[in-house]
Design a protein around this ligand. Structure first.
Ligand code: SAH
Length: 370
């Protein structure tokens, strides 16, 4: 058997900020300013391929195309819900799958991006966590989600980006830093939000960035006992440490940290919990975003979504104590739009499930990256 010589992989360019792009191109370009031309073509004008870079000599365009890649993730599934939300399942070059969700609202358009192809944090209510860890995305794959959606959906020029898809962004900050630098060429950073399960060193690292996106934190319970039940990461960084990190996080005037709070009926949705939440965050400029739990057959059966009246009582209690609070409208429910649900759907079509329900966390298979 004759083994074909492996074709050298073309280097990905889409995730590279200008200095890194210049270094990558150095041996190919004839003049240093070409790097800037390529960068502007890609990230200011949104060029899809080298051929579109007509300010470069044709010979150089061909050389670039032979050595470098502008490949996007591959769209494998697209599910439209009745309410306008569209969920995209994307396949990456190594076969991993991720989800990206397009959420149109009356006055804005939001893309929900993934940061990892899986998640190691194993939050009890999360389908991505149920399926286990996956690798971190490259900066090109993060940028690629936005570019792909621009190609297949009619997006307005200005969109909001939230890292609330699959994965824990704070465990992939180097790639996010590069991706945000590139995306920040045409999008204000205040339109971008990084949501974390509470990885304190990541929050502190973000605090040190010169230009910062918004910070959101998934809190989900007002005390360590309950938070640890939902989120094992709370053992590593318990509430006191997390709140400290939020209190020292630098905020521009009038900006606030978003506190995401999952509502689970009878578990963390009593008026007393609302009071405790306000006390806990008294020193931090926050706004609350309440998220009624989105059930899924793979998740433990004891978790239930509260009805609208209970949600309203909780919301009103926070508001009465002076808090700013919004309730996440149920969007894309019929397309399984909660974190990781579509990928799970694609992987294991619904049917009788052995692991359905139960009070203990289900046995987790840790398939690694898919
Ligand atoms: N790892 C990050 C971002 C991904 S999860 C984080 O933890 O914040 C994005 C948001 O979706 C989080 O607030 C998460 O708690 C929430 N979420 C996950 N599964 C959910 C479910 N089944 N129902 C409702 N919200 C869910």
């Amino acid at each position: 058997m004759t083994a074909a010589a492996p074709t050298p992989a073309r280097q990905e360019l889409l995730g590279l900020p200008l200095p890194k792009l210049a270094a990558a191109l150095a041996e190919t370009i004839d003049r240093p300013f070409r790097a800037r031309q390529v960068y502007d073509a890609l990230h200011r004008r949104g060029a899809d391929d080298f051929e579109a870079m007509t300010d470069l000599p044709a010979a150089l365009r061909h050389q670039l195309a032979a050595r470098f890649s502008l490949d996007l993730p591959e769209l494998t599934e697209r599910i439209d819900s009745g309410d306008g939300t569209t969920k995209y399942l994307l396949r990456l070059a190594d076969g991993s799958s991720i989800e990206t969700v397009d959420i149109p609202e009356r006055f804005r358009r939001t893309l929900c991006l993934s940061s990892q192809a899986g998640c190691a944090l194993a939050c009890a209510f999360c389908v991505t966590g149920y399926w286990g860890a996956g690798r971190s995305l490259t900066a090109a794959e993060v940028v690629g989600q936005v570019r792909l959606l621009r190609r297949v959906a009619a997006l307005p020029e200005t969109v909001n980006l939230v890292f609330m898809g699959m994965g824990e962004p704070m465990l992939n900050l180097p790639a996010l830093a590069d991706a945000l630098e590139v995306l920040g060429e045409t999008l204000a950073l205040r339109r971008i939000t990084i949501s974390t399960a509470g990885v304190v060193p990541g929050i502190d690292e973000l605090a040190g960035w010169e230009r910062r996106p918004n910070l959101a934190v998934s809190l989900h319970a007002p005390d360590d006992e309950r938070r640890t039940r939902l989120m094992p990461v709370n053992r590593t960084w318990p509430l006191a440490e997390l709140i400290e990190a939020l209190a020292r996080f630098p905020l521009e005037p009038r900006r606030r940290i978003t506190i995401e709070y999952l509502l689970l009926e009878g578990f963390n949705d009593s008026p007393r919990d609302a009071d405790a939440l306000v006390r806990l965050l008294a020193r931090v400029p926050v706004k609350f975003n309440l998220i009624p739990f989105n059930p899924d057959p793979v998740l433990p059966g004891w978790m239930r979504r509260p009805g609208p009246e209970r949600v309203e009582v909780f919301r009103a209690r926070l508001a009465a104590r002076g808090a700013t609070v919004t309730v996440r409208r149920q969007r894309g429910h019929d397309v399984a739009a909660a974190c990781g649900q579509l990928r799970a759907f694609a992987r294991a079509p619904r049917g009788p499930r052995a692991r359905r329900g139960g009070d203990a966390p289900p046995g987790r298979s840790r398939p690694g990256s898919k």
